[in-house]
Write a protein that binds this ligand. Structure first.
Ligand code: HXC
Length: 284
């Protein structure tokens, strides 16, 4: 390659390295109408050249942005998707991971970022087109609900590269699909097509590929139009259904139900119903 050609390649590599790996649009604009979707942030994993593989810089940008949005009054719900037409995310970045050791993984402590996603209080809707594999499937499952394109495929193929899921796959897939199906998928690395994922309850709905983002944004827009305190309380309570025995979960739900009667939005919601008018939420 000529010196000029090499310089151009280096410049484009440097530009790619500096380009944000997670794009934020707030408020998101509806892909068909171009109108803003009130209260909804759109986050796009943006490394299409490697099928949005989740390297540590991408995860750092993703988690920091989610935490920022979680305390931002203008954001009530987030949609997370992948750039390009092939993938939501094809997993953790295998090139970055290939030379890791137990010591380097322990010192880097980058898996702590997944715990931080679990602590996000506002809902996150995953809009999945194409591959959601390995860490990509785990990321979709770490969101609160999933809207999938007809061509979406989910899976935990880690067994094929000598490891197992490491960011929740063995736990969340098993809770979502049941033991037999989760075992089959995790022990063979087989991909699960969107329709099958929907039939087993992993996915909320499956839509035509070109409708995926619109459907996810519309769902997020509806969530964003609900009273924010009740939305956060509902998310937290549903998540407890995974963690707690039934009795403790019911107790948690009841306490949060009672607590919401201290909010202005509860008074407003019920008064508006009685007066047959639309409620105006304050988030207080
Ligand atoms: C790094 C990846 C990648 C990944 C794809 N690419 N997946 N790079 N990490 N996970 C890169 C390829 O190397 C290639 O780069 C480019 O993206 C396009 O991919 P192709 O393989 O050429 O595309 P295709 O033939 O269409 O095959 C698609 C695919 C395949 C079936 C999804 O890419 C694949 O099997 N990917 C790996 C899936 C996987 O094993 N995921 C689990 C990872 S482990 P070049 O430079 O060659 O063009 C994991 C553990 C999670 O996620 C632990 C917790 C975080």
């Amino acid at each position: 390659m000529s010196r000029r050609g090499r310089a151009a390649t280096e410049a484009s590599e440097a530009a790619a390295a500096e380009r944000p790996r997670v794009r934020l649009e707030l408020p998101a604009s509806h892909p068909h109408t171009g109108r803003p979707v009130d209260g909804v942030a759109l986050l796009t994993l943006d490394r299409p050249e490697v099928l949005n593989a989740l390297d540590s810089e991408t995860m750092r940008q993703l988690v920091e942005t989610l935490e920022r949005l979680d305390v931002d009054d203008a954001t009530r719900c987030t949609v997370l998707t992948g750039a390009g037409d092939k993938a939501f995310a094809a997993g953790a970045d295998i090139r970055e991971m290939a030379d890791a050791t137990p010591v380097s993984l322990t010192i880097a402590n980058s898996f702590a970022r997944w715990e931080r996603i679990r602590r996000i209080r506002k809902p996150i809707v995953a809009a999945v087109r194409g591959y959601a594999l390995g860490g990509g499937c785990e990321l979709a499952m770490a969101c609160d609900t999933i809207v999938a394109a007809e061509d979406a495929v989910f899976g935990q193929p880690e067994i094929r590269i000598g490891v197992i899921p490491g960011a929740g796959g063995t736990q969340r897939l098993t809770r979502a699909l049941g033991k037999a199906k989760a075992m089959e998928l995790i022990l063979t690395g087989r991909n699960l097509p969107a329709r099958e994922a929907e039939a087993h309850g992993l996915v909320a709905k499956t839509v035509a590929r070109e409708e995926t983002l619109a459907a996810a944004l519309e769902l997020a827009g509806t969530i964003a139009s609900m009273p924010p305190l009740a939305v956060m309380a509902a998310k937290e309570a549903v998540n407890r259904a995974y963690d707690l025995p039934l009795e403790a979960g019911l107790e948690f739900e009841r306490r949060n139900f009672f607590l919401l009667f201290a909010s202005e939005d509860q008074k407003e919601g019920m008064a508006a119903f009685v007066a047959k008018r639309a409620p105006e939420w304050k988030g207080r």
